[in-house]
Design a protein. Sequence first.
Length: 650
Amino acid sequence: MPVYNVEKYIEQAVQSILHQTFSDFEFLIINDGSTDGTMDILSRFQQLDSRIRIFDQENRGLVASLNRGCRLAGGKYIARMDGDDISLPTRLSAQVSFMEKNPSCSLVATKISLMDAHGNAIGYWPEEKGSNSWQDMRNQLPKSNCIAHPSVMILNEVAKEYGYSKEQRHGEDYDLWLRLCSDGKRIEKIEEILLKHRIHRSSFTLSSTLRVGPTRKDIGTKAVFLRSRIAKKKVTWFDVTVSRYLLRDIGILFMQVCRSFVRSFVTRMLIAVGRAVGLLLKSSNPSSVFFFFPFYHVGGAERVHADIVACVADRSPWVFFTGRSKDRTLRTNFERNGRVFDRSFLMNNRLVSKVVLGVLASGINKHPAPVVFGSNSLFFYRLIEYVKPHVRVIDLLHAFGEGLEFVSLGVVSRIADRVVVNAKTLEDLKELYALEGIGAELNGRIRLIENKTAIPDTVPQKGGNQSLQVLYVGRGTEEKRVHLVGRAASRCRELQIPVEFTLVGDVGQSLEPQDRGSCTLKGEITDHEELARLYRASDLLVLTSSREGFPVVIMEAMANGVVPVTTKVGGIPVHIEHHVNGMLITEESETEIVESLAKVVEDFVGDREGLKQLSRRAHEYARTHFEASRFDRAYRDLILGSPRMRDKVS
């Protein structure tokens, strides 16, 4: 593990290795001249575990550190790791077992998942798709890297023979894979996620991990690789394939540069046209309040947006929708409280959207004291670039890790107030500012306003039915991992636990076919009273998400005395205390999550009194924290409360 200035992450990384189920290893850590507290943290670990050997050196760069580690390694295999990643507990045992069973294999990698600087899941590495077998990777590598460097385990003798090329500044890993493949060395990949790879702004791999096309780094890596092969007169057919894709990449990159120049010129022209049109338009917004949201279809964030607009309904604000909504469920909620403009068909057109940006910016700028409020909308953040300094800008971040926190950094100095819905996101945002070198004075612009929900005066007593009633409410999107709810339902049926799983939302396709019979699917429910009846009839709410802010459905469930059973992600642990007002699932692997969920259900079946106690506490917590008047007052004061707006309103 070569490390350099990773004090924020090194403890997690080291712990993830020390807690491996396979324990017969030496742990070599090369500290490459860190100037922060990394070395102090490592020294403490070295005193606690004799397997750790630390080598401190002046800063010599990653390649030198990697080669030194390979020279020092004495084991049969060398496993790679980075100081800001997390290896799952069975990683080393799985790789050692694979290598022992496949002696012809020189290197074995694993699949990875991606997390942000704060540990929130942000998806998967697209380059891994379809690159699993030796032949798959041999076909893919001439095009692009499909092997995550910190996930590999390599034969010691192979690592020492090949080493890392000093000529490769940033593509040392990709270059090594190319050389191994060129010489016919066998590379394999375990089709299981065994490493969580951290992506952050200072990460060397940020640009390449999330790229959508060839980068200068890849082009440079391939060029240096081919030059060395030619110099050694060891050109193979594999190298010829690499050269073909190098020429293709150069052509693609050239076209990208040309398109970027043309796009920038056209964008400026179209926005100028839009501004001119906006100056000619005479319509104005009497309220001077403009909202920009993506959708009005059913969803937790959309309900929050409708509630925010309702806080200033007496001003008849203008509400713009920038995305194509799946249904019209919540549109009437917005129309009841403001003037709605659904221009998504224009805003999603590449060329026309630039004109619309100019028109709206010009129209907003004409108002003497306008307020622009946006959430979850990329169009909104683009608009901020073109509004004048007298425009007061407010945004709302529902969760951290969805990407908009990074998009907004370019205009963060123009955002007068940033609203977050839980304390976790507030701290995450402050940490991001620190990482980005953004002045601490902007921390004072962040406001915590927790969401609201209707709180019944009384709730039905839970646990009275013979079968426990378990409810899921939400979308069927990837991060929700609804398939785990289905697996848990099937597992409970297999264990003959008396329980009924009811799923609300468009989730049918998210379940695995064999699990659908274990669940009752209600589909989308737009009738609030029907949904309230389900909450009243349910004992547990289950969520198995990989990332969240703080979902509205948890608030609604707690208000109705439904005990939340949820993965410990995002802002959820801020409000849910394990065994006090809910249950937190801390396991990380999907199999463990399913087993843990089934165990919680089984325990509550046998402990109805404990279920009733948690139900009462959940309801009491909701009454204390999610009461509506606090939410309404906070947003009204925020939107209308600046001196300029007070003068205008009065």
